[in-house]
Design a protein. Structure first.
Length: 462
């Protein structure tokens, strides 16, 4: 069995001996989410504490866990030096609670508060994150897991919520790089970190036993990093994507690719023997590293369970492609792109001019972002299909608020429900959904630097 090293912090100085990480979510038992500054031991020994922003003082913030169909109430208290708001990513939510500063609410000023109160209709793995100046606020640590439980417990021994992130840290100071609007990140692949964590630690180590069955809820909270993952000593099935159950669990035989904001639920059986270590392995460009280690203890069961059942489906209206209204979303711009000009503030401007305004990308030739005209206005219940064309040199993770869509495959078949779809460079993909949730919904790239630099539009359902 191969063994994997922990990823070393790039350009690190001094000794890096770190104890196996015991991850902790911030304070769980509270109906308040306090956005605040915090200092945490993010980096290994030899470094001091790193100053972050976190909900209730931690990153990830508290795990919110509730039953399907129940009511989520949280008061956001803003103790930051900057206005903020909370978006509940992937929840089919009432529009006024969607948490988009400047669209569904005003940003909550420093020292003020806002009460979120909504129902969670779907079971699954979701997350919440700041949605004002997200490029900065999510990178600083303002996010946490949101778990909606199915009515009946699964036949598993345990579940682990695994929040993946990468941090861009200055190796000299151990503090976050504070150039959140760096033109290179805005115009290239986004803000890619140099220190990777799971649940806020770089060496998350969990204990397990042979033949245990675990549910792993993977959440990619990073600004821009795509995580390709493999299983080692674990035999697994994908059972849900972006919270939504697959009709048939899919055996994991190839790398699991998780783009920013996406979630993957796995059921895994521990097949490594006692005394060995199983891993979720990240296959990075510089090699393979252990993302999460599972030390296998003595005393496991003699035999494995049979293959898992599908999770109970969340209700959804089937989309009818034949009657769907079609829209096109042309994504252009960025470094090595062919965009020469785009419309900004009502005037056609050259690439240099829009770059001076911090914009590097355009949707259908428009770089206005949230302030621009919507991509589409549709009626409540209208069936919609959007052909997204990635005419850029970078991958993009396109996220629709408020509703899940299905990817349409080459042969016209509908894929599973998702809220974020990854388009690799040069890839075109059509998605379809029933616009059954009234309101103004963002459609944007979840590479957050891209969203800030022009890759944002909205769909109005009225
Ligand atoms: Cu996860 Cu517009 O966000
Ligand atoms: Cu993008």
């Amino acid at each position: 069995m191969r063994s994997y090293n922990r990823r070393q912090f790039i350009a690190a100085t001094g000794a890096l001996a770190a104890l196996p990480g015991a991850a902790a979510f911030a304070n769980q038992n509270s109906d308040v989410l306090s956005a605040q500054e915090a200092a945490v031991q993010l980096l290994p020994g030899g470094y001091g504490q790193t100053r972050l922003w976190g909900f209730n003082g931690g990153a990830p913030g508290p795990e919110i866990r509730l039953a399907q169909g129940s009511r989520l109430q949280r008061r956001l208290e803003n103790q930051l030096p900057q206005p903020t708001s909370i978006h509940w990513h992937g929840i089919r939510i009432a529009n006024a609670m969607d948490g988009v500063s400047g669209l569904t609410q005003s940003a909550v000023e420093a020292g003020s508060s806002f009460d979120y109160d909504f129902l969670v209709p779907d079971a699954g793995t979701y997350w919440y994150h700041a949605h004002n100046r997200s490029t900065e606020q999510v990178a600083r640590g303002l996010y946490g897991p949101l778990i909606v439980e199915e009515p009946d417990p699964l036949d598993i021994d345990r579940e682990d919520v695994l929040v993946l992130d990468d941090w861009l840290v200055d190796p000299e100071t151990g503090q976050l790089n504070s150039d959140f609007e760096a033109p290179h990140a805005l115009s290239h692949a986004g803000r890619i970190g140099n220190f990777i964590t799971t649940n806020g630690v770089s060496d998350l180590t969990l204990e397990t036993r042979k033949n245990e069955r675990l549910r792993l809820r993977l959440i990619n909270a990073s600004n821009a990093r795509i995580f390709p993952l493999q299983l080692q000593g674990l035999d697994g099935w994908t059972v849900a994507l972006d919270g939504m159950p697959l009709a048939i669990p899919q055996k994991v035989t190839e790398p699991i690719v998780i783009a920013p904001a996406q979630r993957v639920d796995l059921i895994v059986d521990v097949v490594a023997d006692a005394g060995q270590t199983a891993h979720v392995v990240q296959i990075g460009q510089q090699g393979a590293f252990s993302q999460v280690a599972f030390e296998v203890r003595e005393g496991g069961a003699i035999s494995r369970r049979s293959a898992p059942d599908a999770l109970p489906p969340n209700t959804s209206v089937p989309v009818n492609l034949a009657s769907a209204t079609a829209f096109t979303l042309q994504m252009e711009g960025g470094a090595m792109g062919s965009l020469r000009s785009a419309s900004l503030d009502g005037a056609e401007q050259t690439m240099n001019e829009i770059a001076d305004a911090g914009r590097f990308w355009a949707f259908n030739g428009v770089a206005d972002g949230i302030d621009g005209a919507p991509l589409a206005r549709v009626g409540v219940g209208e069936h919609v299909r959007i052909a997204i064309r990635n005419d850029t040199a970078f991958p993009h993770a396109m996220h629709l608020h408020g509703m899940h869509f299905r990817e349409i495959s080459q042969n016209g078949e509908l894929g599973p429900l998702r809220d974020t779809t990854l388009l690799e460079r040069g890839v075109n993909r059509e998605v379809a959904f029933v616009a059954d949730n009234p309101g103004e919904w963002l459609l944007h790239c979840h590479m957050l630097s891209h969203a800030a630099a022009g890759m944002t539009t909205r769909i109005v359902v009225a």
